[in-house]
Design a protein around this ligand. Structure first.
Ligand SMILES: Cc1cc2nc3c(=O)[nH]c(=O)nc-3n(C[C@H](O)[C@H](O)[C@H](O)COP(=O)(O)OP(=O)(O)OC[C@H]3O[C@@H](n4cnc5c(N)ncnc54)[C@H](O)[C@@H]3O)c2cc1C
Length: 509
């Protein structure tokens, strides 16, 4: 089989040695899926040929762009014995439009590369980034409907034309991309007729080989905002006021994050083993049977929540007026509120909030690892344990409190730290991202962490809070549809990919 793929992509681009395969089979939690080979096509024609060959050979392909899906499965396919189709060699940026603000990227284009591309051209635009790896891909992130940090973003309408290779080897261009001489292809996310971009996200219906993405204009006035409440009980009032600020347009969609102290601590440093050992000596009744866990309230008496967002305005006058309005709403419901200008270099394009990818957040996956942080982060290699659980929550204080209390209690019961963060997607919807972080080297921790994740996901669903994104281990975890929806998805898959050539099991049962 490897030889047949070599005939298409060249033998240097087919990897079948056991060490490399083992590495690709490793993610930040325990999995059992094996990979038959890794095939790295160099162009779209080779991808078409691979798809046809896969059908002939009765093997499934699992396309990845850069494979940095840490905490959700990395490069590991949903099912066993797939061939991983690694698209990272396709890494061109084209079709950059400096007036309208868009560019077209291939799967191997990373957040870092896109940032550098725009910086080199002194672009007035930036491409919003994530808190994950700078070496993650724009396309993989968009196809997962990931959350990038930036104003006026929308996951689906932020992409216009997609180029997609279907399971039968055909190629389609979505939006207006299938019309000769269309002038508005890059600008128009919707085209005419059924809008299909969404069906290629969180799905297994095609291999996306190009995506045109809309960029965000750099602000003329920019101020970052930090706020804090020292007690969880104050969250409902805070949530209400943030919702109003977004509804009023003072704070933009996709710019506000709210983190608990465990999440901040995990990003800042290592697990405070010595402090906890000390505490346990003082209070032997508090001794924990399976490993140490940090309960901040026992140590500091407090578990504050920290918020950040920014003002992104057309002028100083508008920005200052916006600040006053935000101040009038948040001052009375926070214990700390700060507004700060970013310095000159930040305004030139540095800073996560203005599109500069940064890797410091990855340190949080090393929270429970012993020893020093490595020079380069690779949580798969370093056997960091991390599993995300990601429910969507209505933007209402009561829902937020209910979900936090439930999640914290369950995670603490398993002796992990409740590492929780919210992201304000719109004024209606909050994404909650819960990271279960542990050390894979420790006996039984893989099992315990997955049990904790599964129980959490299942119980949140029972409470009515469904995930907005799934890890490879949980593609079967959604309950059956109460109508014909599951059957509708099956009909789509059967029509487009009857032989299960592309990513079997991904976001389908
Ligand atoms: C500390 C930390 C912080 C993070 N912060 C964020 C964040 O702020 N926002 C966020 O969204 N995520 C975040 N993540 C999660 C994750 O790292 C990112 O979503 C990242 O973009 C995924 O990696 P990738 O882009 O290389 O995608 P890939 O791993 O390449 O792709 C993800 C999946 O999409 C499918 N896919 C990829 N490419 C194609 C293609 N061309 N055709 C068809 N299917 C394809 C595959 O099934 C693949 O497994 C974070 C992770 C960590 C560890």
């Amino acid at each position: 089989m490897a030889e047949s793929f070599s005939n298409i992509v060249g033998k240097n681009h087919v990897i079948s040695d056991s060490v490399a395969l083992k590495t690709a089979e490793t993610t930040t939690f325990a999995t059992t899926q094996t990979i038959k080979a890794i095939v790295k096509p160099g162009d779209v024609q080779q991808i078409q040929a691979c798809v046809k060959l896969a059908k002939q050979q009765n093997v499934s392909l699992y396309p990845i762009s850069c494979g940095k899906n840490w905490g959700l499965g990395s490069k590991v396919p949903v099912q066993t014995d797939n061939v991983v189709l690694d698209l990272s060699r396709l890494n061109q940026i084209s079709n950059y439009n400096e007036e309208l603000g868009y560019f077209t990227v291939e799967p191997g284009v990373t957040f870092q590369q896109a940032y550098q591309f725009l910086l080199d051209r002194k672009s007035p635009f930036f491409s919003p980034v994530i808190g994950g790896s700078p070496q993650a891909s724009l396309i993989g992130n968009m196809l997962e409907r990931g959350d990038r940090i930036g104003p006026n973003l929308d996951k689906i309408s932020g992409m216009s034309e997609l180029e997609v290779v279907l399971a039968n080897g055909q190629i389609i261009h979505t939006g207006l991309g299938h019309f000769q001489n269309s002038q508005a292809t890059g600008a128009d996310a919707w085209g005419v007729g059924p809008h299909v971009n969404g069906i290629f996200t969180q799905s297994n219906l095609g291999i996306v080989t190009k995506m045109t993405l809309h960029l965000t204009r750099k602000p003329n006035f920019f101020k970052s905002i930090y706020f804090m409440v020292d007690d969880q009980k104050k969250l409902p009032d805070l949530i209400k006021n943030i919702r109003l600020l977004i509804q009023e347009g003072a704070i933009a969609n996709n710019t506000l994050s709210l983190w608990n102290s465990y999440k901040i601590l995990a990003k800042m440093g290592k697990f405070p083993t010595e402090i906890i050992k000390q505490r346990m000596k003082q209070n032997p009744l508090g001794t924990i049977k399976s490993g140490l866990s940090l309960v901040l309230k026992d140590i500091t008496g407090k578990e504050p929540w920290h918020g950040s967002c920014y003002i992104h305005a057309a002028s100083e006058a508008i920005g200052e007026a916006t600040q006053q309005h935000i101040q009038s709403r948040l001052a009375k419901v926070t214990d700390q509120l700060q507004f700060s200008y970013l310095n000159e270099s930040d305004m030139k394009g540095d800073g996560l909030l203005l599109g500069e990818p940064q890797s410091d957040n990855i340190a949080s996956l090393y929270w429970r690892k012993k020893g020093k942080l490595p020079e380069t982060f690779d949580p798969d290699r370093d056997r960091c344990g991390a599993i995300w659980c990601c429910p969507g929550i209505p933007f209402i204080g009561d829902h937020v409190t209910k979900v936090i209390e439930h999640s914290e209690a369950m995670i603490k019961r398993y002796k992990f730290e409740p590492n929780l963060g919210f992201f304000a997607v719109t004024s209606r919807l909050l994404y909650l991202f819960i990271a279960i972080v542990y050390d894979r080297e420790l006996e039984n921790e893989d099992i315990k962490a997955m049990q904790c994740h599964d129980e959490l996901l299942e119980s949140l669903q029972k409470m009515g809070y469904f995930p907005y994104r799934l890890g490879v281990q949980s593609m079967n975890a959604l309950p059956d549809a109460i109508d014909d929806y599951d059957d509708f998805l099956k009909q789509l898959k059967t029509a487009l990919d009857p032989n299960n050539v592309i990513s079997p099991g991904r976001y389908t049962k």
